[in-house]
Design a protein around this ligand. Sequence first.
Ligand SMILES: Nc1ncnc2c1ncn2[C@@H]1O[C@H](COP(=O)(O)OP(=O)(O)O)[C@@H](O)[C@H]1O
Ligand SMILES: [Mg+2]
Length: 629
Amino acid sequence: MKNNIFLRILVMAQPYKGRVALALLFALIFAASSGATLAMLLPIFDDVLGAREDTDSSLSLDQAMSQTFIPCLEEFSSSILSGNTSSTLEKAKALPGAFLEGIHISSPSQALLAVIITIVFLILIKNMAFFLQTFFIASVEEGMLRDLRVKVYSHLIKLDLGYFARSRSGELTTRITADVVRIKKTVTQSLITLVRQILLLGIYFFITMWVSWKLTLVTIAVLPPSMALILLLGKSLRRKSHRSQEKMADFASFLTETITGVRVVKAFAMEDFEEKRFLKSVNAHRKYEISLRRMKALSGPMTEFLGAVAAGVILWYGGNAVIEGTGMSPGKFMVFLAAALSMMDPAKGISKTYASIQAGLAAGERVFGIIDTPPAIVEYSSAVIPEPLSRSIRFENVSFGYDPQKPVLKNINLEIISGEIVALVGPSGGGKSTLADMIPRFYDPDHGRILFDGIDLRKLTISGLRSQLGVVTQETVLFNDTVFNNIAYGAADISIGQVRDAAEIANALEFIEYMPQGFSTVIGERGVTLSGGQRQRLAIARAVLKNPPILIFDEATSALDTKSEKLVQQAIDVLVKGRTSLVIAHRLSTIRKADRVLYIEGGRILEEGTHETLLALGGRYSSLWKMQF
Ligand SMILES: Nc1ncnc2c1ncn2[C@@H]1O[C@H](COP(=O)(O)OP(=O)(O)O)[C@@H](O)[C@H]1O
Ligand SMILES: [Mg+2]
């Protein structure tokens, strides 16, 4: 599973493989020039600071190099031209040695100049490589981030309503914002940082081996164990500090809870009880904080001491080798020491990188969880675009439950004839909204089917079906955009005249013209705030402009005061004329206008008829009615 996610993350870098390769190349150059800079300690100690035996050399740098380095370089370039890879490698390996030899046989002041120029040059190369690596990887990273966000979003937006009802919106947002960033880090961390650190470690190791394999073995025996101890300590520190933060959060939320609830605490005379609880919570925090601080205090000295012990052992063996003069010059030993100590950094980095890769994989699991969720509402490739409704919408034995174990609609049989106004009434939770949501295919029936002019909804294209529907619900959704764009939402090539007419029919023109910039006023989150009735009328204007043959109103007026309700109701009355309409309502005026009233309770249609016949029946509808008025 984890490997699978790792692979999927890597695959996302595929379109950027050229730039990834360049970044890797510069990581390699960075590591190589770091190692080379370090190796320059050798001539500093052995040739410049005067430790060499044959101090009488007076060759200029030119002369020295033409004896050693230049011939080597010529052989190297001719073997590149001949295309023999193995001999080219051989010649390349000989280059650094020849270069150092050139410095070695030139006069001390010339050697000093050569060392300085070389070090400055190497540091220039190293830093340019570092910059270029980031230069290329930044566009890879940000490109992948965009790709992934677009991919998750475009999948998410196609998922069914049920998915959104099951998920917490904050969580979905986090996945597209923060989690995606964690995934991005995984790629760069694993591909670049990790590679660079491994290369550095490898090069430093190579240098130590080149100086002395015996001393390298000694180092391996003392350095890793002390480093492991230090890493272990660091890990435990992080865990402890995490716990301590948790306790802090506990105790903060306890505080807000009792402060906001202080009335209840006092009313129940629970002050002493709360004080004891508080003490317990504060104590828990104190315990973690003490051990955290002690451990922190231990970590610095321990790191230094362990480092000193390791360095002492290495110094003992290496220093003795220098004293005995068995092939170990002071410069070589300094190079060795520097390389061995430089290994600490990439080694620490690798363990940190590992943790960040783990976090990225966990984030990957959550993000791919969205991408892998199949949409519950799918369109068949053979789906057809429906003609405008001419006969009826027919529910045949339709059953449905959000949880299939608990049906919300039970065996619904219903035919809405084209041009008819049908009202749904009943106690809340009876299933009216659910029934209305079946028509745009927000959900598919678990059993039975819904026919649109005799064709199963599932055989129609989703966009074709929904283009025939206008839906106005209790909560209207307005976007952070102009009034014009909110009314014209989803419609192309609309003139201001058409939007104006729609607003007029929806009883919205008056208040829109009263707004500072009329139809160009930005509304929504950051714009002008609107009253419930105004929002509702904009939503109706949106439906008017769409001019669909079928309308669904789900308690469109229930959240309004009497005055706005009248305005909205008038708008609805104009709109439903001559259209097939399903109206979920609890107002007498709306219900009276309906051709048919269905009383729904417990997911079943219990009574059916006109308002008058149902009242005369004296059943549930009439008792609901009497209760309301
Ligand atoms: N998204 C949903 N997920 C799970 N249960 C739901 C969801 N929407 C509605 N329900 C449940 O389905 C039943 C019918 O709800 P609904 O169709 O909204 O009734 P009505 O519109 O008649 O008030 C209720 O028990 C409600 O709790
Ligand atoms: Mg409802």
